[in-house]
Design a binder for this molecule. Sequence first.
Ligand code: SAH
Length: 216
Amino acid sequence: MITCNERKDERNFMVRTQIAARGVRDKRVLDAMRKVPRHRFVPVSCSSEAYEDFPLPIGSGQTISQPYIVAFMAEMLRLNGSERVLEIGTGSGYGTAVLSLLAKEVFSVERIAALLERAREVLEALKVENVHLRLADGFFGWAEEAPFETIILSAAPFDIPNAIVNQLADGGRLVAPVGSLGAQTLVRITRRGAHFDTEALLDVAFVPMRPGVSEL
Ligand code: SAH
């Protein structure tokens, strides 16, 4: 449950001018983007920029994605509310909160303890109950909870690890940035039995996926 009326006009303006204007049509996605208070997920020092059209630093050398990219990726997952989503890269928890309004349950993995704890506090304060957070190396996905109808990566690996792809349910969709810095493509992989269809969606610039777990 997320109810926050603070800065609602800014969110409506953001959705109209940055997200709907660029072609995102999924009504549930647009509604979720109007609801989630992005300013609660960014450091106080950049709160005034929370609804601007760019990524922002969230500490530990990481960034919260541009609002349009969050909305576009959510739309590409084609969520109807019945799914279990695996998210790799909780970061600020903002994308997690958006997904929590669009799917049944979100399983989100983060490798930096300080970010995960901050995300946990904000999500709890907003009474988001259908998310499960885990401090772990997302290169291994979340095997105990697999398979997932949808998987989303918010950091870019050079190649999508097999361990993650194998946690996709039959008919499931995975959306992820892939490649090295300066040459990344957002892709969607759809599983059809033993076959995986890959579509290139957009050129993007995400932080790289890194191995292992870190405190800071
Ligand atoms: N969706 C997030 C974006 C955060 S940036 C948000 O809305 O704020 C990407 C995040 O991926 C960073 O927090 C980074 O620490 C995390 N990450 C990178 N490699 C990872 C890995 N192997 N496992 C889990 N998280 C990882």
